[in-house]
Design a protein. Structure first.
Length: 224
C-alpha cells in the first residue's frame, strides 16, 4: 500500500486530500509544518510527499532540499504561488511536479499516480553507460564513479529514454509525453529544468555539456 505524506497548514485542504486518498487505498500521514514533516518522513519513509510551499516555520523548498539530502522519494509541490520563478525554484530544489492552488482533486490524483509509476523500478535489465566520469546503471538505478554519491530523483531516472537511444535525437514532445504524460506536451520549462539538473550532476562542465546535448528547437541527444 502506497504511503503518502501530506504537508500543509490548511486543515480543509489536508482533510480533502486525506479523504480522497484513503478512499483510493492510500495510507495517509499529515504534517502541519516543515519540522514535523521532516521528522515524520525520516521515521515513516513515505512513498510520496505532497508539499505546500507556504509553511509556518520555513519555506517548503527547504523541506525539498532536506529530503533530497537522503531520499529520492517523489515530491509533488502544492502551492498558491503561481509565478514561474517559484516553480523553477521548487523543481530545481528537487521536486518532481508542481500544482498550483486552487487545484482540482482529480488532477492531483492523476499526478500522484503518474509520479508513483515513475518511481517504480524497471523490471527489465537496462544498459550501463558512461557519462564523463560516471557509470550509469539503468537496471540498478545507480550512478557510480569519481568518488561521489550521485542520487537521481524518480523523474530524473525517467529521462533514461534519452540514454537508451545513444546518438538519436529525441524530441521535446516525446520526452514530455513519456515522462509526464500527454497533457504536458507544451511544458518545455519542466524539461529544461530537469536536463539542467542532470547536467549539474553528471557533466564535468554543465555549461558546456559533452554528453547531454540540446538540439535547439527540436529536442535532446545523448552522446556517449
Amino acid at each position: 500500500m502506497t504511503r503518502v505524506l501530506v504537508v500543509d497548514d490548511e486543515p480543509q485542504i489536508v482533510r480533502a486530500i486525506r479523504i480522497n486518498l484513503k478512499a483510493r487505498g492510500y495510507t495517509v500521514d499529515t504534517a502541519p509544518d516543515a519540522t514535523s514533516a521532516l521528522h515524520i518522513a525520516a521515521r515513516l519513509h513515505p512513498d510520496l510527499v505532497v508539499l505546500d510551499l507556504g509553511l509556518p516555520d520555513m519555506d517548503g523548498t527547504e523541506v525539498v532540499r532536506g529530503l533530497r539530502g537522503w531520499t529520492t522519494v517523489p515530491i509533488i509541490v502544492l502551492s498558491g504561488r503561481a509565478g514561474s520563478a517559484d516553480k523553477v525554484t521548487a523543481l530545481d530544489a528537487g521536486a518532481d511536479d508542481y500544482l498550483t492552488k486552487p487545484f482540482d482533486i482529480e488532477e492531483l490524483l492523476a499526478r500522484i499516480r503518474a509520479v508513483t509509476r515513475r518511481a517504480q523500478p524497471a523490471d527489465d535489465t537496462g544498459p550501463t553507460m558512461r557519462i564523463g566520469e560516471f557509470t550509469v546503471d539503468l537496471a540498478a538505478r545507480s550512478v557510480t564513479g569519481d568518488g561521489a554519491d550521485i542520487r537521481l530523483t524518480p523523474t530524473e531516472w525517467q529521462l533514461d529514454h534519452l540514454l537508451r537511444h545513444p546518438g538519436k535525437l529525441i524530441s521535446q514532445q516525446a520526452l514530455l509525453r513519456d515522462v509526464w504524460g500527454p497533457e504536458f506536451h507544451n511544458q518545455t520549462n519542466y524539461l529544461r529544468q530537469y536536463m539542467a539538473r542532470l547536467r549539474r550532476k553528471l557533466e564535468t562542465d554543465p555549461s558546456r555539456p559533452r554528453h547531454l546535448l540540446t538540439e535547439p528547437g527540436m529536442g535532446y541527444r545523448y552522446r556517449p
